[in-house]
Design a protein around this ligand. Structure first.
Ligand code: ADP
Length: 446
């Protein structure tokens, strides 16, 4: 199982990378093919337009330019010459007409949204000059990187007697931003490929993180079970020893000794009860079954009551408790039992994770929003990484031999749940080796 997991990740990562690489190269060749197809259609549309232009007669009378010439004599040799000469495309058609024809044939070849500019040039000897030129042509003809130009030669039918008499003409069509057009045609495929790859990546991520979470969970559960077994074994062993002692004649006769041993049993029993209680709290939290029974509660009274319970423990460790209950209005709406547990857990931790010379400081203050409670110790403290995780269920700081205090790592996750349920806030500040302080803001009822 341990080796299968990295293997799966490796294989899936490999195939994902492979799929992406293949898709990219496939898409690239697709672009080339599409561009060729596009060029093919453009050339076809130009060919048909060219044939139409050659065959049809324009709407304008020929010699349109010459009519205005004032020095023409009518009829003259010059004019006769002009009339006999087969007219060029520009003499037969206007720019607009050529444009219309091209558009029509472009549309017929599935190039409906493809923009184009064109020019019709004639090659009179060594000098090429434009006859017809669409308005945007100059703007696009320079940029040969992004735009493509296609040439069509108007050919006078071979063998006809016009051959050689007419200036050779050519039609140049420039399609601007060809890559963009090709991309646009492929956009659904590209979008689909990206979308599905992303979905695949997301699914992979979710699966891996779920697997990792599961793995962590199972480790945590194992830890928890070990921990719990240990926690219950100690009191059970103590109780068993105490019972054995009680059974002996000597103890049975001695009332004081009997009381001592029954006291131990009671004490251990209480401890186990407390542990069961903690686990039950955690189980309740899991099913989100915490039902708050909110009533007006005096924060100061609860703090004093909790401290009373710790009195013996604090005395035996020669701890110093500094209590400053400064909040002017200490009445909040809270569930008394849960709130008491909350304060209890924090004080318990302060005592548990301390060294000799414990200095516990509890102070309260209030503002118009609520009561602030600060519980501070000068104990072992925590690293920043630990502080980030202490509210997680089952999380315990592994500090090696620094402290061997037992616990389930449930206390603080319970604290956090209860604070949240009361719409309060909790903050932790801690320095390793120096101490820890928990600050809780409990809002007044609105
Ligand atoms: P538990 O005390 O049962 O281990 P908690 O949820 O109460 O579980 O605490 C989680 C961890 O946070 C503890 O294991 C401990 O390492 C650390 N911790 C809690 N309170 C303090 C404190 N006051 N000082 C130092 N470390 C603390």
């Amino acid at each position: 199982m341990k080796r299968i997991f990295p293997l799966i990740i490796l294989l899936v990562t490999l195939s994902l990378v492979g799929i992406i690489v293949i898709q990219v190269s496939w898409f690239r060749s697709m672009l080339l093919v599409k561009e060729e197809q596009l060029a093919d259609r453009i050339v076809k549309a130009m060919g048909i337009t060219g044939e139409e232009l050659m065959a049809q007669k324009g709407t304008l009378p020929s010699l349109k330019n010459k009519r205005t010439r004032p020095n023409l004599t009518w009829p003259s040799d010059q004019l006769m010459m002009e009339l006999m000469k087969p007219s060029t495309i520009s003499e037969k058609f206007t720019t607009f007409e050529v444009q219309e024809k091209l558009r029509k044939n472009f549309n017929a070849h599935g190039l409906k949204d493809t923009p184009f500019e064109f020019v019709i040039t004639s090659d009179a000897g060594f000098l090429a000059y434009d006859e017809l030129r669409s308005r945007g042509f100059d703007g696009v003809v320079e940029d040969t990187v992004r735009n493509r130009s296609y040439v069509y030669l108007f050919q006078v039918p071979g063998g006809s007697n016009l051959e050689g008499l007419v200036p050779e003409e050519a039609m140049v069509v420039v399609v601007p931003n060809i890559k963009h057009i090709v991309f646009r045609e492929l956009r659904w495929m590209l979008g689909g490929a990206i979308l599905f790859t992303l979905i695949l990546l997301a699914a992979f991520y979710v699966t891996v993180s779920a697997l990792l979470r599961q793995k962590k969970m199972s480790e945590i559960k194992n830890d928890f079970i070990n921990n719990m077994t240990h926690e219950f074994k100690t009191p059970l062993a103590t109780i068993s020893l105490a019972v054995d002692a009680l059974r002996t004649e000597k103890v049975a006769a001695d009332r004081e000794k009997m009381q001592y041993f029954t006291g131990i049993i009671k004490e251990e029993n209480k401890r186990m009860n407390k542990q069961v209680e903690t686990i039950l709290q955690a189980a309740l939290m899991d099913r989100q079954e915490i039902q708050l029974n909110k009533r007006p509660v005096h924060v100061h009274a609860i703090i004093e009551q909790v401290l009373e319970n710790f009195d013996l423990q604090l005395q035996s460790r020669e701890a110093h408790a500094d209590v400053q209950l400064n909040a002017k209005d200490d009445e909040i709406m809270a569930d008394e039992v849960h709130f008491t547990n909350l304060i209890n857990n924090l004080v318990d931790n302060a005592v548990k994770y301390s060294r000799d010379n414990l200095h516990l400081k509890i102070c309260t203050s209030s503002n118009n929003r609520g009561v602030q409670i600060k519980i501070e110790d000068n104990g072992i403290g925590m690293t920043k990484e630990s502080v980030k995780r202490i509210f997680e269920k089952f999380y315990r700081v592994h500090t090696g031999n620094l402290h061997n205090v037992k616990g389930f790592g449930l206390g603080l996750s319970y604290v956090k749940t209860i604070v949240d349920a009361h719409h309060g806030k909790i903050r932790v500040e801690s320095t390793l080796g120096k101490g820890t302080s928990f600050t809780i803001d409990m809002p007044y009822a609105k």
